[in-house]
Design a protein around this ligand. Structure first.
Ligand code: CA
Length: 495
């Protein structure tokens, strides 16, 4: 009897684990720049209670996880210069608010991913204050934080002068001193921070600026490998995505660390592979590149997966890439949301918010259109925003961009093949057609995009059980797929 109970228990655990993985596989992550999202106490600054208030909105959008830009105390509005990794910036709320966010999000099956800023701290972090004091007093020893940072006695690139013969490494400017990640005590601090947040129930971490840890892939990967093992030691399912904002080869080389995923900067943004291929209508070339890129990732690490996005808080907003062509804008959305890997939506993208130029313009207040006031824009923002729509209007308008995003994400969430599946590149003998088959033991689909304005009749050599129109009004008859210009479909394939 005991044995039977044990077997049953194991089965239940196994089933629930695989169910979790299934949900997780199709997850779309929503990036929130916290201070600009939703303000609940009328100080003009978005806060954690504001995110809790908007969980239903995010659930309805179909997202599975939220990535929060840094939430810790900091003197800047962007908070990438952390002063205390163990508390919440008071303009955002309290640790109790953060605990509540995790609980409330988990109730809705939404995971919380936090930004882990390890390359540097803020210049006023107590570690740096102590280190600086001891350097200046000539009283450094291994116990007083001098070794937490990279002090140098010569003026090199990316250093800041402390006194006549001491400089400190500061890749992102004098207010952000770089941590010495080789130091054992720094690594212990990092391990404690990781454990603290995993114990709270965060789903994982977005790694800020890992390329700059050491500035070269070999050394970065030694540290990233330690970091990956340290995080997975506490939660083997923890999610980790790194920001290596560099060329394709450099991004790929970081997969050797074992980290789950890196943002695909080669595909993203207005000059990236997706948008430039839509402009040039060279869809087959894009499909070939995406196919190869995913295979290269899996060849390095079979557990790894792509992280696809259009823009983030450091880039001009994606609605600005195709301002005069909504059909091409929709193709861009279809292409990245229906591609291998996890997909990210930067807050406001789903309503077509605009913003470019200086950083503040890329982080403007979310436009809710409610009676209560939206957040203030970041100080210094100078974007002349002619955006005259909002969430409230778009929820009601069935043809809105918001409802389009909802539709495509919902279709994406019907399939469990985005993170882990086999791919087949399909050549339909047309440069303007993208076709990739995604398949595993359970599911088998072909994603097809027509980047040309012309209608197409394409020979499909598969048994198609069902055609799902993403946009357009396409059809299939006797293995001839009729595609509208600038449209996308999913074909469900049978035996
Ligand atoms: Ca507030």
């Amino acid at each position: 009897m005991k044995r039977l109970v044990l077997i049953l228990l194991c089965l239940i655990i196994l089933t629930s684990c695989s169910a979790n993985n299934k949900k997780y596989d199709s997850s779309v992550v929503y990036e929130i720049f916290v201070g600009s999202f939703y303000d609940t106490d009328n100080d003009g600054i978005g806060d954690i209670q504001g995110i809790i208030k908007k969980l239903d909105y995010l659930k309805a959008l179909g997202i599975g996880d939220i990535w929060l830009t840094p939430i810790h105390p900091s003197v800047s509005y962007h908070k990438y210069d952390v002063l205390d990794y163990y508390s919440i910036d008071e303009s955002f709320g309290t640790m109790a608010d953060f605990d509540m966010l995790i609980d409330e999000a988990n109730k809705k099956d939404i995971g919380i991913i936090i930004d882990l800023v390890l390359n540097h701290t803020g210049v006023d972090h107590p570690w740096f204050i102590e280190a600086k004091k001891n350097i200046l007093n000539n009283s450094c020893d291994s116990s007083n934080k001098c070794e937490y940072y990279n002090f140098k006695d010569t003026n090199e690139n990316n250093t800041t002068k402390l006194n006549n013969n001491t400089y400190y490494e500061s890749v992102f400017g004098s207010h952000m001193p770089d941590l010495n990640l080789d130091n054992e005590n720094v690594r212990k601090e990092i391990e404690n921070i990781i454990k603290f947040y995993l114990d709270k129930g965060v789903k994982g971490f977005r790694l800020d600026a890992p390329f700059h840890y050491y500035g070269n892939a070999t050394k970065n990967n030694e540290f990233l490998s330690w970091l990956n093992n340290t995080i997975k030691k506490y939660n083997k399912d923890a999610f980790i995505v790194g920001e290596v904002w560099s060329d394709e080869k450099t991004i790929l080389s970081h997969y050797e660390s074992g980290i789950d995923s890196f943002f695909n900067f080669t595909a993203s943004y207005t000059d990236g592979k997706i948008v430039s291929s839509i402009r040039s209508k060279r869809a087959y070339d894009l499909a070939e590149w995406i196919y190869n890129n995913n295979n290269q990732i899996k060849n390095i690490n079979p557990n790894a997966f792509n992280s696809m996005f259009l823009s983030n808080h450091d880039q001009g907003r994606s609605a600005g890439f195709f301002t005069n062509n909504i059909q091409q804008q929709k193709l861009m959305i279809n292409t990245y949301l229906l591609s291998s890997g996890v997909a990210y939506v930067y807050y406001g993208e789903e309503i077509g918010m605009l913003g470019s130029g200086i950083d503040q313009n890329k982080r403007l207040a979310m436009v809710w259109g409610e009676d209560s006031k939206d957040c203030n824009n970041p100080v210094g923002a100078d974007y002349n925003n002619t955006f005259n729509s909002n969430v409230k209007i778009q929820i009601k308008d069935k043809n809105s961009l918001l409802n389009y995003y909802k539709k495509v994400i919902k279709i994406r969430n019907n399939y469990n093949i985005w993170k882990y599946s086999n791919l087949e590149l399909i050549d339909l003998n047309d440069d303007s057609i993208y076709a990739i088959r995604h398949y595993n033991d359970d599911q088998n689909i072909i994603v097809v995009h027509n980047y040309s304005e012309e209608d197409k009749n394409l020979n499909i050599d598969y048994k198609v059980n069902k055609l799902i129109n993403i946009n357009g009004n396409c059809s299939i008859n006797s293995k001839i797929l009729k595609m509208d210009g600038l449209s996308s479909v999913i074909l469900e394939i049978g035996e």
